[in-house]
Ligand binder design. Sequence first.
Ligand SMILES: [Fe+2]
Length: 348
Amino acid sequence: MRVQPATAEEIERFYDAARSFWHPVARTDDLLAGQTMAVKLLAEDLVLWRNAQGMPAVGDDICPHRGTKLSMGTVTGDGCLQCPYHLFEFDSDGACTKIPQLPGKPISPKVRLGTYSAVDYAGLVWVCLDTNSANSTKPPLVPRAEDPGWWLYAGEPPEWNCQAPRMIENFLDLAHFGAIHSANFGNPEVHEVAPYKPVTHKGENAITFEVNYLARYRWAPEEDGKPAVRPIHYRYRCDLPFASWIETNVEGEHPYYTFAVCQPVSVDQTKIYWLTTFTNEVHHSPEELDKGFLPFFAEDQAIVEQQRPEWLPLDVSDELHMPFDKISVAYRRALAELGFPTIRLAPG
Ligand SMILES: [Fe+2]
């Protein structure tokens, strides 16, 4: 089957639809005071830094004077971004505060850097490129991120060669655990998905559902040559378009959360931030968490990067949907309603 590539117009529509949402661009701890960081979001080159108050600032990574990459510059003692070429300085609102070649002269308000909204939240730096939307919306809620009785770990974000919706659909998919995660929590004996019902919350741009699963328990010894298992009750929430979390409930244990959110670097490049939150009674080292989570992200990556078409088909008459795929259908429909474009599979 030929797979039709996305057109320039479809690519623009994807970026337009994603623009009004908050997306992560870095981990909070990786954006150090006094340093610049070059990041890409929705194919836009951006520069991150921290202002004098330590708040994250984000601007176009291009000096309005001669087009120099500002991320190659430095941050001044008063939290301004200094261009490496002619040493112009810009504050976090984009105002030019210094042109060394024009000492004592007033600076035209036309000399401005394009800046956007940025916040630190739940261990991540979030950016919204749409000014109107930034004032009326917030990043998706990370469960227990600000609860003093809980702690949060933000893992090193892997980068996948895929479209962001492909990654999120995989994170929500319930029917592949026994097939590709059998070395982890996936039970190779169980492929059937227990009944579940996704609920779309239009006002909140969210989809929620709950499901039971008899997971493999790889930390317990095998029983009669078979992997140990234990029942888990999962509660899922997807915050459209590119964030989702899972609450994992095991009887007799504290619940914990796994939160995944995409930085759509471009239409086919996606950085994945994964956070976990645990009650203070539970202790895990970063190494234990990396060992627990990174292998199954890698298992998913190998599948998702080669799915075709590269873009998730949002017209549900494309591809085949089984009763256990209700969540994929709900997710695809919700993205289409938000204006994300679908691309058709080419006939023949
Ligand atoms: Fe998976």
